[in-house]
Design a protein around this ligand. Structure first.
Ligand SMILES: *[C@@H]1O[C@H](CO)[C@@H](O)[C@H](O)[C@H]1NC(C)=O
Length: 571
C-alpha cells in the first residue's frame, strides 16, 4: 500500500537543510558488498574483471578513491557504518581476539541504545528495509527477544541472514570455525576417554582404589558426546548459523532479487540497504556465472555481484525512481588475502594497497570502493581523492532524509554532500583512526594536500614477508604484532602502497607529525563501554538459538530444517 508522504518538519538548527523543499528528499539505496577488494572493480582499475554495472554507477556519479572502512572486519565495520561512530564507542569490538560475532545464538550485538540512520529515517516517514547480511547480533536473553535484530534497529522489513555467509555454511574451505571447533572437541573427547580408561584400568588392577564407577561412566559418556559432536559440528553450524529470516520468522526462502524490486516499487520514500552475501566464501554462484570470469570462482562471484547490482539499478529505472534516489555502493572492508584453497585464491584483490581484511591499519584492509550517485544533484563522473569514511554515510543520509537535529552523541562521520557536489575541495576529516579491536594500530592526518599515515602496530606476517597471515584465518590485533617505536610513517599522497617508510632523517616533519597523531589518538578513550564481542557475549548459548526445534527435527529427519544449503542461496 502506498503511504502518504510525511509533512516535513522545519528546523532552524545548523543541522537542517534550510529551505530545501520536500521534493528534494531522496530515496536511499545502499549497496554493500562483503569482503570485496578495491582492486576487484573495473572502475578502480581492474581491466580483466567485468563489473559494467558498478562502473556505470560510477560514471553517473562520484567515485571516491580514498574511502575508508572503520575496521578491517565485518561486525565492527558494519556497526560503524550504520551508526556513524567508531566501533569502540558502541562496544562492537573486543580486546581479546574476538573480531566478529561468532554465533547467531550469542548474546552480543548492536546495543539497543545505538541509533542507526534507518531508525532516524523511519521516524521521519521513510519505509526502511534490509536485505541480506546483518551480522550485528540477534538476541539478548531468549531465543526470540530479537533485541539486536534489524527490526529493533530501524528497519521495518528484513529478509536475510542474521549472521552472514560463511565457508562453514557450505562445509567448504576456508572454514571460519568448523575446523578449529572440530579439533577442540576431538581433543576434549580424547582426554575424557583417556581419563575414563585410566580410572577403569586402575580400578580393575586394584592399583587405584577408585570406587567411582559413576565417574568412569560419566567421563566415557562425555567422551562419546564430544567425539560425536566433533564429527557433526559442521552440520550443527549449518543449522545453528546459516539460516534466513523474513522479519521475525526463520524461513528457508532463498534470497531472490525480485523481492528487492517489490520493496522499491511499493513504498516512497524508502531507504533500502542491500547487504550482499557476495563475495564472501563459500562463493555461492549460480550456474550462469560459474566458469565465466578470468579469475576462477572468486571472479565469477564478483561478476555475479555486479549483475545483481545491475538488476537493482534497473528496478529503479523501471519505476522511474533513478533521479530521485541516492545510490551508494561500497564494500565492508578489503579483500581477504588468507582466503584460499591450495593455490586457488578465494578472496579479493586490493590493488596497489598493502595488506587486506583483518590487518589492523594496512590500507588494503580498510580502503574500499565508494560510489555515490544522485543524477542532477551530484556531478556525473566526478572523482574525489580526499579521505572519506563509511561512517560519513550516517550524517549524510540523516541530513538529506530527516531535517532533524542529530542525536545527542558523538558522531565520527561527516556530511559528505559539499565534497560530493564539489562545493568544497577538501574532506572534513582532519584525522582518521584505524583500530584493530580496541587497539589503535594506525592513524592518518590530512594536512593541506598531504596525507600522513602512522602505524603504531602492524601484524606479523606468516611466513615472514608473505604479506598476509597464511595459516590462520585472519591476523591478530595484539600479541603476534610488531609495536613500532618510533612508529612507521608514510606519506600516502606520494606512496599509497605504503612501501617507503619515512625516517626522522629523511623527513624533517617526522617528529611533528608523529607527535600530533599521538596527541590526537590520546583524545579517544574507551571509557566504560561494554564490549559486545568480548568472549562471554560471543559464545554459543543454546537458549538463544532460534528454532532449536527445527534443528532437532531436521536431525531426526522430520522437517526440512532451518539450514541453508549452498544451492538454496541463489542470490
Ligand atoms: C582483477 O581482480 C582479480 C580478482 O580478484 C585479480 O586476481 C586480478 O589481479 C585483478 N587485476 C587487476 C589488473 O587488478
Amino acid at each position: 500500500p502506498c503511504r502518504p508522504r510525511p509533512t516535513r518538519q522545519t528546523s532552524s538548527s545548523g543541522w537542517g537543510l534550510g529551505d530545501t523543499t520536500e521534493t528534494s528528499r531522496p530515496n536511499f539505496l545502499l549497496l554493500l558488498a562483503d569482503d570485496l577488494g578495491i582492486g576487484d572493480v573495473g572502475c578502480y582499475g581492474n581491466s580483466t574483471i567485468r563489473t559494467p554495472n558498478i562502473d556505470r554507477l560510477a560514471e553517473g556519479g562520484v567515485r571516491l578513491t580514498q574511502h575508508l572502512a572503520a575496521e578491517a572486519v565485518c561486525t565492527p565495520s558494519r556497526a560503524a557504518f550504520l551508526t556513524g561512530r567508531y566501533p569502540i564507542r558502541s562496544g562492537m569490538t573486543s580486546g581479546n581476539g574476538h573480531r566478529v560475532l561468532q554465533w547467531a545464538a550469542g548474546s552480543g550485538g548492536l546495543p539497543p541504545e545505538e541509533i542507526t540512520f534507518a531508525k532516524i529515517l523511519k521516524e521521519q516517514g521513510y519505509v526502511t528495509g534490509l536485505i541480506g547480511k546483518w551480522h550485528l547480533g540477534l538476541n539478548c536473553h531468549s531465543s526470540s527477544d530479537h533485541c539486536h535484530h534489524p527490526l529493533s534497529h530501524g528497519f521495518q522489513h528484513f529478509l536475510g541472514m542474521p549472521l552472514g555467509m560463511m565457508g562453514d555454511c557450505a562445509g567448504a574451505e576456508p572454514s571460519e570455525k568448523r575446523v578449529a571447533l572440530q579439533r577442540r572437541l576431538h581433543l576434549w573427547g580424547q582426554a575424557c576417554a583417556l581419563a575414563a580408561l585410566t580410572l577403569a584400568a586402575g580400578r580393575l588392577t586394584r592399583l587405584l582404589r577408585t570406587p567411582w564407577w559413576m565417574l568412569v561412566l560419566g567421563l566415557a559418556a562425555l567422551a562419546a558426546v564430544f567425539l560425536a559432536a566433533s564429527r557433526h559440528v559442521g552440520d550443527l553450524i549449518i543449522y545453528a548459523d546459516c539460516f534466513l529470516m523474513r522479519n521475525h520468522t526463520v524461513t528457508q526462502q532463498p534470497l531472490r532479487l525480485e523481492r528487492v524490486a517489490g520493496l522499491i516499487h511499493k513504498h516512497r520514500p524508502f531507504l533500502l540497504f542491500v547487504s550482499f552475501l557476495h563475495v564472501h566464501v563459500p562463493l555461492v554462484t549460480t550456474a550462469d556465472f560459474r566458469g565465466r570470469s578470468l579469475h576462477g570462482p572468486y571472479g565469477d562471484n564478483v561478476e555475479e555481484l555486479d549483475w545483481m547490482v545491475g538488476r537493482v539499478l534497473r528496478a529503479l529505472d523501471r519505476e522511474g525512481l533513478t533521479d530521485n534516489t541516492l545510490v551508494y555502493f561500497a564494500s565492508d572492508h578489503g579483500g581477504s588475502l588468507e582466503s584460499r584453497a591450495g593455490p586457488v585464491q578465494l578472496g579479493g584483490w586490493n590493488g596497489v594497497y598493502r595488506g587486506g581484511k583483518g590487518m589492523g591499519g594496512w590500507e588494503g584492509g580498510i580502503r574500499v570502493p565508494g560510489i555515490f550517485r544522485w543524477p542532477g544533484v551530484l556531478p556525473a563522473g566526478r572523482v574525489v581523492d580526499e579521505p572519506t569514511s563509511m561512517m560519513d554515510v550516517f550524517p549524510t543520509v540523516v541530513l538529506l532524509g530527516a531535517n532533524v537535529s542529530p542525536p545527542p552523541r558523538v558522531i565520527d562521520g561527516k556530511n559528505l554532500m559539499p565534497l560530493l557536489q564539489g562545493e568544497t575541495p577538501h574532506s572534513d576529516h582532519e584525522f582518521l583512526l584505524h583500530y584493530c579491536e580496541v587497539f589503535l594500530h594506525a592513524a592518518r592526518w590530512v594536512q593541506r594536500g598531504r596525507v600522513w599515515k602512522v602505524h603504531f602496530m602492524t601484524p606479523n606476517f606468516h611466513p615472514e614477508g608473505a604479506g598476509a597471515c597464511y595459516g590462520s584465518k585472519v591476523c591478530p590485533c595484539i600479541g603476534d604484532v610488531t609495536e613500532h617505536d618510533p612508529p612507521l610513517l608514510f606519506d600516502l599522497s606520494t606512496d599509497p602502497g605504503e612501501t617507503h617508510p619515512l625516517t626522522p632523517d629523511s623527513e624533517p616533519e617526522f617528529h611533528a607529525v608523529v607527535g600530533r597523531l599521538r596527541q590526537e589518538a590520546a583524545r579517544y578513550s574507551l571509557s566504560q563501554v561494554h564490549q559486545q564481542l568480548g568472549s562471554i557475549y560471543n559464545i554459543w548459548r543454546p537458549w538463544l538459538q532460534p528454532y532449536l526445534q527445527l534443528i532437532v527435527g531436521a536431525r531426526a529427519g522430520h522437517s526440512q530444517g532451518a539450514g541453508v544449503t549452498a544451492s538454496d542461496i541463489h542470490a
